[in-house]
Design a protein around this ligand. Sequence first.
Ligand code: UP5
Ligand code: MG
Length: 196
Amino acid sequence: TGEGQALVIFVLGGPGAGKGTQCASLVRDYGFAHLSAGDLLREEQDRPGSEFGDMIKSYIKEGQIVPMEVTIQLLENAMGRIIEEKGEHKFLIDGFPRKMDQALGFEEKVVKSRFTLFFETSEEVMRERLLKRGETSGRADDNEESIKKRFRTFVETSMPVVETFEKEGRVERVDATKSAEEVYGLVKKVMEKEGI
Ligand code: UP5
Ligand code: MG
């Protein structure tokens, strides 16, 4: 249904780096559709009758990467739905790919991304943001123990994806340390540079 023609930007960065926050501003100003892989997995987890619910729940709590077939299928379904309903062909894919097999699988099966917007900041900054959000988010992984596991997975499993794309000259790094508004200022510069 046209996913092959879509413009896709991957949005990566450690847990709590601010991917979702920045994507919201980009949706407002640039008319992207925003697909968060984590949000799609949490929705699937809560969908009555889902055969994957329990599996997703335990992977998320442990900060592990859900088997790629599940996530790619959810993303593909969501893209197809948005293209059909809104005719929208510009997508921010947030929090994906975070493992090498997902990156290869998606770019082969669905569409090659234009580039990756990579948000970087220190673990201290990310940890503080996540613990603060955890006071109200209700997310099962916004606690000290899960956060530690998420950081570990990010360093060991997800950074190699960023490094691979970087070797191909397909990464735009953004310092995500300052306020959301200041970070967004940097993001807009990247968009301009990329001709978006
Ligand atoms: N905040 C944001 N920007 C700020 C700023 N500049 N200054 C101060 N505060 C800022 O932000 C986090 C918090 O910080 C918010 O309270 C925000 O207000 C504040 P947010 O924009 O939500 O950051 P984000 O990077 O989106 O953080 P998130 O927690 O969503 O990142 P994760 O990558 O950990 O979570 P995700 O939902 O992507 O994945 C969760 C789990 O799903 C994974 O651990 C994994 O188990 C599973 N998963 C898969 O298995 N496969 C996938 O492909 C994707 C996910
Ligand atoms: Mg997020």
